[in-house]
Design a protein around this ligand. Structure first.
Ligand SMILES: [Zn+2]
Length: 153
């Protein structure tokens, strides 16, 4: 594997984090890299973390690195944004060096956040006819907390 820094992807990630107000994510301690030469054709991206043991040993805080593989480059910009959102969702609210699992980081939740992002960016509701998720349904599903901070708790 060869790794290259990906400042362009970091910039897009910053934009998503700020727009969706994912305030638990310390952007100074998340980095984006492109990985080349992976044997895995199916993997698009991976979220890596500096775990608790290494944090203790190195006397440092948690750090996350998102690795984007070659398949990512061939995707549409919309799908790429969804991948970035997916990987960001693996980072837990504690920002402690662990991960949130795929029961939470699932297609439905990624879709909800992507639509939220799209709406905040463009001021328009994203229309995807095959899997319509109405804004009211999202709110109805989360009666106590009609905003997306729900997802970071
Ligand atoms: Zn994942």
């Amino acid at each position: 594997m060869r790794y290259e820094e990906a400042p362009d992807l970091k910039e897009r990630m910053n934009e998503i984090v700020k727009t969706l107000e994912m305030d638990h994510i310390n952007l100074d301690r998340v980095e984006c890299l492109r990985g080349k030469g992976s044997s895995s054709r199916r993997t698009i991206a991976r979220c890596h973390a500096l775990g608790k043991l290494l944090q203790k040993a190195m006397k440092t805080e948690a750090f996350y690195a998102i690795e984007f593989l070659e398949r990512f480059e061939k995707m549409s910009r919309e799908d790429q944004d969804k991948v970035i959102i997916h990987e960001l969702m693996h980072i837990p609210k504690t920002f402690g060096g662990g991960f949130r699992q795929h029961d939470f980081v699932c297609e439905k939740n990624v879709e909800i956040l992507y639509r939220r992002y799209f709406k905040l960016k463009t001021g328009e509701v994203h229309a995807v006819p095959e899997t319509p998720i109405e804004e009211e349904r999202i709110v109805a599903a989360i009666p106590e907390r009609p905003n997306l901070f729900y997802f970071w708790r």
